[in-house]
Design a protein around this ligand. Sequence first.
Ligand SMILES: *Cc1c(COP(=O)(O)O)cnc(C)c1O
Length: 392
Amino acid sequence: MAATMQVPLLDLKPQYAPLAAEIQAAIARVCASQAFILGPAVKELEASLAAYSQCRFGIGVSSGTDALLLALMALGIGAGDAVITSPFTFFATAGTIARTGARPLFCDIDPATLNLSAAAVASFISEQCEEREGELIHRASGARVRAIMPVHLYGQVAHMNALTSVAARHGLKVIEDAAQAIGAEDAAGKRAGSFGDVGCLSFFPTKNLGAFGDAGMCVTNDAALAERMEILRVHGGKPKYYHAFIGGNFRIDELQAAVLNIKLRHLDEWSAGRQRNAAYYDQAFARADLAGAVETPRVAPGVRHIYNQYVIRARERDALRAHLTAAGVGTEIYYPVPLHLQQCFAYLAHRAGEFPHSERAAAETLALPIYPELTELQLQYVVDSIAAFYRR
Ligand SMILES: *Cc1c(COP(=O)(O)O)cnc(C)c1O
């Protein structure tokens, strides 16, 4: 099929165009002030995003990755510890755990939502861990299990009620990787980032709220933890040059905060645009009647999915992807290699077949264009191009 239309996976230009003058003026104000570090724009962003995430405190940081790292460090997680997480996620989730010196412990996903399965976590704990003197020990490695790090993948909250009750039962902390899920809600209207001890947001440009570069935030309801994260963000110095802890430079830029303060006012309308596009796809795929070749995303009843990604399962996924590329449709595979099979985690000694739902998801899933400014013509073209592939 010749490309009769171009549908990129993401195009940020139509989002920027109507805000360009306002954003450039905000950047110009920061330039005029020459105050680039932890200024008023950062304070404003922290207050509004904490409130947006139903939390009391926000700590602006240099990226979503650094938000995860800072949360782990603030909870005192390091060598000898272990953190339970999903193998089907962006690398940073497990990468930051390993960087603290702790051991990532993988549990499989729920094949419906592709989020960490609370049942898998519960059986992992009962089969492979044991309580010793009030600590939960992973028997094979001897590591102390300290926390669970669920990921709200693609913009849908993980099954947090079940996960937080498993955590509470065993005295584990909960760090939410909410990098893809700003404003996502469970069926009770509770937002991503507000369930656990710390929620970690990313403003990487492809996220629903994207900066002009790297930025992120930790949100929390715990005042002591918030203070610890603020101190660790500036090398652990408080007062300045007096170090009770070893932190890092995890600061968000004032320039990024100035941009994000403006963009935040439009976040709900953008997320609504993504939801509208997802609903269009759902119906168009149902109409196309592809006889099981394509499975559209499964959304738990009543939740607010913010569709950072719209990810289908597709028969002959790689051939379909090549066909779509030729047809001018941008796609991506999030993520082709589950983390337990990454070369850098060979020391964890996992095998293929160990987490079958994650491995199947890595082999079958494909992200389609979902950004809010797509037209119905473009969405229909994506579905028609997919239908043409299976009818070839
Ligand atoms: C984007 C992302 C991160 C990392 O965020 P950065 O801002 O790119 O460092 C972490 N986890 C998940 C699930 C992500 O999607």
